[in-house]
Design a binder for this molecule. Sequence first.
Ligand SMILES: [Zn+2]
Length: 351
Amino acid sequence: MTDAVHDFARRIPHDRLPELLRRMPKAELHIHIEGSLEPELMFEMARRNDVKLAYSSVDELRRAYDFNNLQSFLDIYYAGASVLQTEQDFYDMCWAYLERAHADRVLRAEIFFDPQTHTVRGVPMGAVIEGLHRACQDAQTQLGIDAELILCFLRHLSEQEALDTLEEALPWRDRFIGVGLDSSEVGHPPEKFARVFARCGELGLHRVAHAGEEGPPAYIWSALDVLKAERIDHGVQSSKDAKLMQRLAQQRTALTVCPLSNLKLCVFPQLAQHNIRQLLEAGLAVTVNSDDPAYFGGYLNTNFIEIFAATGMDAGHAYQLARNSFEASFADAATRQRDIERLDRFFAEFA
Ligand SMILES: [Zn+2]
């Protein structure tokens, strides 16, 4: 952060923060596309695909979104994903997210998808990837958003299943830029997926992994050292390990933090107790993200506005978080530079 921009940022008064957060350019690096499926669209797809849901109405479904940990959420999340059947379903879901992201001034989105959630139900890999990819392409031409896909392996399944999924997806290798690791964390340490991540490295895929959401700092160490993860998804438990904090700060390894998700899944009892500010001020490359916005009460700007209100962060923090999101993205260097220049111009004009 240059001193000039730093000063601009500090001079923006607190009462203008929500407007600043809403309008500032940003990237979203941790969004599960299946977690963006809103109940209304879920019911519409259930109707058109003749899928029976366990809930009789949108309201009843929304009332069930009362989670007490990661697993209680995942149970509902996988049930919801069962309505997704055709390429058009995947397109519609992804397009709905991209329109919302565009409204939140997201310039770049790196979108997670879970093919195993769908292929196990008999949905062809091609329907999943082509539907999502087509929405990303349309978002580029119609909305000006730069959107890419990251294929995630479900960590509660075996490594062999992950290897098989990778092979099955390889005919669409040019449709995704990287791989990730998600689903139930505790009891499924990163090293369980050492071979499949090594293979992904050989294929030139970017590698990220969920670690240190509910799991211990040791999972973050092994995501870095065994999986060679370039970014850590969540990573909030790193504050329990001073050596790890030091390493993450030195390497500028990005953490894709998801405040409302952490609140809903009881990782922190209240947003005011969230450690994002502590991590950011310790020099870690923290970013803000929405994770599963349809389930956790808000898209990216809602995450920004609520965490800022709860922790008292200011415009300087806002600039740093947005800048981190562009620097940590997998866009090419020229695109990252262009996005950072847009951010700098925005702050200069806003101040
Ligand atoms: Zn996640």
